[in-house]
Design a binder for this molecule. Structure first.
Ligand SMILES: Nc1nc2c(c(=O)[nH]1)N[C@H]1C(S)=C(S)[C@@H](COP(=O)(O)OP(=O)(O)OC[C@H]3O[C@@H](n4cnc5c(N)ncnc54)[C@H](O)[C@@H]3O)O[C@H]1N2
Ligand code: MOO
Length: 628
């Protein structure tokens, strides 16, 4: 597949679409026009106010009659002769030409008042057309209607507007392996999700989605579906089958039915996009991988949708951040790397997430894209890069960044934080205890969840902080005591009882620097077993849940981990010992409101109750501060 640069592909396609497209318009009731886009300028029918109106509650007077009033020569005015009582909004008719506020009247009687100042003509009167003059332009064409616009349109006598018709987008998922989301998946099945994502993206870019049922990989069936969808919609999206597989028919079908302008762009993820015109309508083939599909939708579908809908989906905010990890990329394509951004010590730090095209969660977790242009080999750790944001800078700034060891209580804390402390969030990245402490040292995290046993003293965490942060004031925010043990299949078919039994089974270990691995090493040493005696000692999984998942699906017989992970996956658990899982931070961070919020949540009964339902925790010290 030959690829061309993404910008070139978008420009070629835009020109081709502009040649065939036409925008349609429709009349829309003003009160239902929120978010719609005006097809042409809208002019007022009426003035507003329609008449000279009192701007205050009080009396309407003839300004000339008040000329002699002053503090020393108060003036008495007679109702019906010199004034008329008015409320805000009442018409003020000639000869009355000014309003005096009720508060400024003295000795108010049934039919007379006293004033102590003269008033200029037109005081407190809103003259005809002060706000809107009949015939005036209220809104320009191509304007997206906001709530205030609706108010002004109605005040100006406009009860319906001519709006640009929303484009209809037909969405066809394809693939024999695809099943609907309400079916139970078996091996080889993929739950259909992309089309629903496209539908939501279509709506958010001002279009009307129409989703068709999934079509198996069958040339004639897909062709038939595309022909039907082209008739019924303005734009058509065909999903999957865009690359080079034996059943990737989309490009051949589109070549048969119309003209393919582009197949393959130098962009990653998202390479095999197909941009075509069939029967004068844009038909776009998007790749099956969700991240590829998302990025291609943003780059190629949305701009086309905008041409039809009149939307100007404004570009994302861009910010500068320091990269936490080296990022290497090929010169051959522009790459969209998903990053998490955190604000630590007044510095924004971008941490790259999983880069695979199938890693949809990387998009969920991401705060933005770090884009590595074609012809760039990437960036070094510590370099300042631009990040295209999906999230508010404010939100990012109010997020506690935790990098380190994983425990399910982190998820509970993250879930509870915005409930009890609105506007404050917790984001956690799981890299193991030691790597977390290193991230803390480099200023990439606020807190590092850690459970590292010091073999010499038998003390958890504190010896490591003393050793690694000798030049800084550190504290340990106490977390939980939790049970470490051996995770085995339900029913423990191999009869594993203790560390010694690990020599005879297929074990899965944790990565170097993970607290659980340090714990295993300690226990092996205690039992006089060499690591080489454990079959699978060198095989590494990244989290407790990853270990549990491997045991669950038969990839391993046993792995060391926490009770809650075994319970979450309905596995058996052989307790081996208790350990302390705490949060390391710099002492100065304790003053940050977001860290205070974190500690409050950790101490809260709501959090503790939730953690107890998972089981395997002892929480009496949670939230206490230990100076190191
Ligand atoms: N030999 C080659 N193989 C691949 C190439 C290549 O150039 N040569 N390109 C790779 C790249 S890059 C991408 S991206 C993908 C594109 O895949 P397709 O568009 O052909 O799609 P499929 O292979 O049918 O599916 C890929 C993947 O996505 C899942 N999928 C498909 N539809 C949906 C849906 N509606 N909802 C959720 N998930 C969906 C599908 O099951 C597959 O797992 O090709 C590479 N291969
Ligand atoms: O385009 Mo594919 O998304 O590079 O994986």
């Amino acid at each position: 597949m030959n690829t061309i640069p993404a910008e070139e592909a978008a420009a070629i396609y835009r020109n081709a679409v502009l040649k065939v497209m036409h925008r349609e318009t429709q009349m829309v009731k003003t009160e239902e026009s929120l978010g719609r886009i005006t097809a042409s300028a809208v002019y007022a029918r009426y003035c507003s106010p329609l008449y000279n109106a009192a701007a205050m509650d009080g009396i309407a007077v003839i300004s000339a009659h008040t000329a002699t009033a002053s503090e020393v020569t108060p003036l008495v005015l007679k109702q019906g002769v010199d004034y008329q009582v008015v409320d805000t909004g009442d018409p003020v008719r000639m000869p009355y030409d000014a309003v005096i506020m009720a508060e400024d009247l003295l000795d108010a009687e049934e039919d007379s008042v006293k004033i102590t100042a003269s008033v200029p003509a037109w005081q407190h009167i809103r003259p005809v057309g002060e706000d809107i003059v009949a015939g005036e332009m209220l809104l320009a064409g191509n304007h997206k209607i906001r709530p205030i616009d609706i108010g002004v349109l109605l005040s100006g006598g406009i009860v319906e507007i001519e709006a640009i018709k929303k484009p209809k987008a037909g969405i066809i998922p394809t693939g024999t392996e695809i099943i609907e989301a309400d079916q139970v998946p078996r091996e080889g099945d993929i739950i259909e999700s992309n089309s629903r994502m496209f539908a939501a993206m279509t709506e958010s870019s001002g279009g009307i989605p129409r989703r068709y049922p999934p079509i198996p990989d069958d040339y004639e069936k897909i062709k038939h579906a595309v022909q039907g969808a082209v008739k019924e919609n303005d734009i058509v999206i065909v999903n999957a089958g865009s690359s080079a597989g034996t059943e990737d028919y989309t490009v051949h079908i589109l070549k048969e039915l119309g003209e393919v302008l582009v197949h393959g762009v130098a962009i990653k993820p998202g390479k095999p996009v197909i941009l075509s015109i069939v029967e004068g309508k844009p038909v776009i083939g998007l790749p099956g991988y969700p991240v590829s599909a998302y990025i291609d939708f943003e780059n190629f579908v949305r701009p086309v949708m905008d041409l039809y809908s009149g939307e100007t989906n404004s570009s994302r905010n861009v910010m500068k951040a320091v990269l936490s990890k080296r990022l290497v990329s090929s010169l051959k394509h522009k790459e969209y790397v998903r990053v998490k951004v955190g604000k630590v010590d007044d510095r924004f730090v971008a941490s790259p997430l999983a880069r695979g095209a199938g890693a949809a969660m990387s998009l969920v977790r991401a705060d933005g894209f770090c884009i590595i242009e074609k012809n760039s080999e990437g960036y070094e750790a510590g370099e300042t890069v631009s990040v295209e944001l999906f999230r508010d800078i404010e939100e990012i700034s109010n997020t506690v960044v935790a990098i380190g060891s994983h425990d399910l209580i982190l998820d509970i804390l993250a879930d509870r934080m915005p409930l009890t402390h609105p506007g404050i969030y917790l984001s956690s990245t799981h890299v193991g205890s030691m790597a977390g402490l290193m991230a803390l040292k480099r200023g990439e995290a606020h807190i590092a969840p850690t459970h590292l046993l010091d073999e010499d003293t038998g003390v958890y965490n504190i010896p490591y902080l003393k050793r690694l942060f000798s030049d800084r004031d550190m504290v340990l925010i106490k977390g939980v005591r939790r049970i470490q043990g051996i995770i085995v299949k339900k029913g423990n078919p191999l009869g594993i009882k203790e560390i010694r039994d690990l020599t005879g089974v297929n074990y899965v270990n944790r990565q170097r620097g993970a607290g659980t691995r340090v714990f295993l090493d300690y226990k092996l040493k205690e039992a006089g077993i060499a690591p080489s005696e454990v079959n699978g000692y060198d095989r590494e999984a990244a989290t407790h849940m990853a270990v549990a998942a491997l045991v669950k699906n038969g990839g391993a017989d046993a792995g060391m981990g926490i009770y809650s992970a075994a319970k979450a996956m309905d596995l058996d658990f052989i307790p081996v010992g208790e350990e302390e899982y705490d949060f390391a931070t710099e002492k100065k961070n304790l003053e940050l409101p977001k860290i205070q919020a974190f500690i409050e949540v950790l101490k809260s009964s709501g959090f503790k109750e939730k953690a107890m339902t998972i089981g395997g925790y002892e929480l009496s010290m949670a939230g206490e501060i230990i100076e190191v």
